[in-house]
Write a protein that binds this ligand. Structure first.
Ligand code: HEM
Length: 179
């Protein structure tokens, strides 16, 4: 990740949140309507959960023999459904290892997408009941972060994808208060 890339990708988020601040006085808090007017932030959150979700997948135990794509998973086996493998699969996401919030511009569902290729919060009857709360919390955090601080990378860093997604040098930054 180069410094220029980072600033470019961050810029739209800053604009969105500065726009919300402009309509408010002083330290006036965010309302639900503000949360609902952060479309690009939702794209950033979607993309972060796609590339670097803290939850890599879920375990399941089969209660009966399951036939899937010519394979049989016998009754009683434990399987790991790897969301991470699907989220980083080039067949489902073009340039899957590139952090690109714009890919969500026309598909901002946040929990799943057609074909169930995007499942950061799981799915079906066990879909995470906290998914909207999690998104609100991240949005509020990002709002205060980008409206009160700016930063530049202190060193060149690089994303690595094994065993999980992380930055090689923990992405050191120089942080400055904006206001
Ligand atoms: C980014 C944040 C979060 C992520 C990525 C996440 C992800 C997930 C996933 C993948 C599952 C499904 C587990 C499975 O199918 O076995 C799950 C379940 C669950 N999550 Fe979350 N979660 C997040 C935040 C939250 C929050 C904020 C809460 C509550 C305040 C919450 C409460 C739960 C509960 C209670 C379940 C169990 C649901 C069930 O088994 O029926 N989660 N979460």
């Amino acid at each position: 990740m180069s410094g220029t890339d980072f600033k470019g990708k961050n810029h739209r988020t800053v604009e969105e949140h500065d726009g919300i601040r402009l309509k408010k006085s002083g330290s006036e808090g965010l309302q639900w309507s503000d949360y609902k007017s952060m479309p690009f932030t939702q794209c950033v959150i979607n993309e972060t959960l796609r590339v670097a979700n803290i939850i890599s997948g879920v375990f399941r135990r089969t209660v009966t023999d399951v036939n899937i794509k010519g394979y049989t998973i016998p009754k009683g086996w434990k399987v790991f459904a790897s969301f991470r493998a699907v989220h980083l699969d080039h067949d489902h996401f073009k340039d899957a290892r590139t952090f690109n919030p714009w890919r969500w511009k026309d598909n901002n569902l946040g929990t799943s997408c057609s074909g169930n290729f995007y499942t950061p919060f799981g799915g079906g009857p066990r879909l995470c009941p906290g998914y909207e709360l999690a998104r609100v919390e991240i949005s509020v955090f990002l709002h205060h972060l980008v409206t009160q601080f700016s930063w530049v990378p202190a060193e060149e860093d690089k994303l690595v994808f094994f065993p999980t997604t992380r930055t090689q040098k923990r992405f050191p930054i120089n942080l400055q208060r904006r206001r």
